[in-house]
Design a protein around this ligand. Structure first.
Ligand code: FES
Length: 157
């Protein structure tokens, strides 16, 4: 056994799930905001499913909790209120429409820029809603706005 690995190795605090509210409440309000281990998230209840993501848009930090949800190409997206970027609720992908300049008659196609907004996990236990922060090791564009200077939810001082 590697002696550098602690036998006790307690779960890191930021890995644990945090109770953010009641299922009944979000089913009425359809969305809520929360601070999970110092990271601000928005949770949506849409078409019977929960989705949590970083609250600030990956593009320039727009407040996604104030955006509208619309379907594009059959995928539910939050539309950022600042510059109308579309972000899929399920995966955090940025969607855009592309056209072929050599064929102006062709219909624009929806394409993905890849995952731009960090998605977190929502679970329900006994009527309580929990959020577990993403542990995915990749660098996500929304990480930039998830740090101190861009916070939108004021914590009590
Ligand atoms: Fe969200 Fe620009 S900040 S689209």
């Amino acid at each position: 056994m590697d002696p550098t690995i602690s036998v006790q190795n307690p779960e890191k605090k930021e890995d644990s799930s945090v109770c953010v509210g009641r299922e009944d409440d979000i089913k009425k309000s359809k969305r809520m905001t929360a601070v999970v281990h110092d990271r601000e998230v928005v949770i949506f209840y849409h078409k019977g499913e929960y989705h949590a993501m970083d609250i600030r848009c990956y593009h320039s930090g727009g407040p996604l909790h104030l955006g509208e949800i619309e379907d594009f190409d059959g995928r539910s997206c939050i539309v950022c209120p600042w510059h109308k970027y579309k972000i899929t609720l399920a995966t955090g992908e940025g969607l855009y429409q592309s056209i072929n300049p050599k064929d102006p008659s062709a219909k624009p196609k929806w394409c993905s820029k890849g995952i731009k907004q960090r998605i977190h996990t929502v679970t329900v236990d006994n009527g309580n809603l929990y959020v577990t922060l993403s542990k995915e090791p990749f660098k996500c564009d929304s990480d930039y706005y998830a740090t101190g200077d861009f916070k939108v939810i004021q914590s009590p001082s």
